[in-house]
Design a protein around this ligand. Sequence first.
Ligand code: MN
Length: 306
Amino acid sequence: MSNTVIKVSEGIIREMEKHYSNSLLEKTPPGAIFTAKMKGCKITAYRSGKVMFQGNLHSEEAKKWGKPDTNNKTTIRKSSGLPLPDKISSMSIIGSDEVGTGDYFGPITVVSAYVKKEQIPLLQELGVKDSKDLSDQQIVKIAKDLLHVVSYSLLTLHNEKYNQLQESGMTQGKIKAILHNQALNHLLKKIAPETPEAILIDQFVEADTYYRHLKGQKEICQRNVYFSTKGESVHISVAAASIIARYAFIKAFDQLSVEAGYTLPKGAGHQVDQAAAKLIKQKGQSALYHFAKVHFANTGKAMRLL
Ligand code: MN
């Protein structure tokens, strides 16, 4: 564990602020009262009474003020970077999620979706939940309603471009980070002057790595951005984003099946190897660049099947 969280009274927080007055930082994260940085430890006190200690000396420094708040461990572990706001599930949030990264055939789709707090009951009514728990048929049905209800930004990265980026040395993690960042920037412009209370990205990488991937991008969306694994259970906007992304993926995938002349299988299993072998046989190996993420092991397996 690289941090300790304690819960203290307002009075103690004021006392702490005085104690660390020589080490206070000018910038504080959302919801924070103060952030102090000293050798071996960074301390952030939140309005909720939680105080987070990070760095080599986190536990020593925290002991001076109170006992670790074990109830909070899960929240802290789930989100890298900032702890999630307490009432996040009932806030107006932009959620962001991607689909297709593990499928050999088909594009990667990334969607950011803005769900205002007053829309949450309607989305629940429409059946919005984790897209992994829904059949493709259900996804299509829900998505068709959803597209008219929420503001969203959808990016589709087709295989030609994906393969080109991958061969130029870009990792899939970096590709995803860039797409999320672009979708978020698009959506923020779309809903302006309105702004969300926070942005939640379904976490695929640590926050530090995410921002490292974005170095060199013109606009980096960083304000009020949170990360959480299983983001769809934290806020319904992530579930909405995943449903729209899945819907766009299914449509693009069906189109590829039409072009192939038979139904392509999803995922990256043995059936996929066989379908890829059939494609190579009928259209030549270069056709894979249009249909698939060619760096997956499936390409080699398909070649061996021939
Ligand atoms: Mn996800």
